[in-house]
Design a protein around this ligand. Structure first.
Ligand code: DC
Length: 227
């Protein structure tokens, strides 16, 4: 495992700003940004297209080996990372609200988590990584030297998600997005394996009233102080 001081983990619920914050922190530190949610989304898309139910572990497990996922940096700092699933660019397809829910459901399966955890640890072998997700600080990189957990009110997270969707040209109903956020939080926090949880040694940051640059500044400050 790489030196724990070169692994930064940023966990938290959906819509809390993890991706934007993690991308910027990684860019400031000149580290690799690892969006693990994108990997769960790619797995969800693969099984959706295969017509296999997201909760059917018996059918899913034997086919995990057929999945190859590559992440690539977005063209601009404002965009999500790109996703290649078995040689096809699915960057847009994985970011729909439907795929968010499917990713949340499929992420409860232990074999899926095992498969992606191994992939994530392999990617991090070179160190210098900012890993973003739900279980980065607790399960995937418990040895990480810098752990953060972001939280924010559900209404605020909904507002941010709506803005993000609008930037992608999608106009969604506010109440529907809020319900989906709350449902996803519940799924992600209540699953038996690797639930969304703050690691004991993670620094908690409530981002409700903070701007994106403020959160990034706070995190970089903590990392520099720890060095
Ligand atoms: O971060 P995101 O919204 O792209 O993640 C999509 C779903 O994937 C999320 O609802 C739960 C799952 N996920 C997970 O279980 N563990 C991770 N480390 C990252 C995402």
């Amino acid at each position: 495992m790489p030196n724990s001081t070169t692994i930064v983990t940023i966990d938290g619920p959906s819509g809390v700003g993890k991706s934007s914050v993690s991308r910027r922190v990684a860019s400031e530190l000149m580290y690799t940004y690892l969006d693990t949610g994108a990997m769960y989304r790619a797995v969800a898309l693969y099984f959706h297209r295969s017509g296999i139910a997201v909760d059917s572990e018996k059918e899913i497990s034997p086919r995990l080996g057929d999945i190859e996922i590559t992440l690539f940096p977005a063209a601009t700092a404002e965009d999500d990372v790109g996703v290649v699933l078995n040689a096809e660019d699915v960057s847009r397809e994985v970011r729909t609200p439907e795929m968010s829910m499917r990713a949340s459901t499929i992420s409860a399966l232990p074999t899926v988590r095992g498969f992606l955890t191994e992939m994530q640890r392999k990617i991090a072998q070179a160190g210098k990584i900012v890993a973003e997700g739900r279980d980065m600080g607790t399960i995937v990189f418990p040895q990480a030297g810098n752990k953060f957990f972001l939280e924010a009110d559900a209404r605020e997270r909904c507002k941010r998600r709506l803005l993000q969707l609008r930037q992608q040209g999608r106009d969604e109903d506010e109440e529907k997005v809020l319900t989906m956020i709350e449902e996803r939080d519940k799924n992600d926090m209540q699953r038996a394996v690797a639930p969304l949880k703050k690691a004991d040694d993670a620094i908690l940051i409530n981002t409700t009233a903070l701007s994106l640059p403020d959160v990034v500044k706070k995190i970089l400050g903590c990392i520099r102080q720890a060095r």
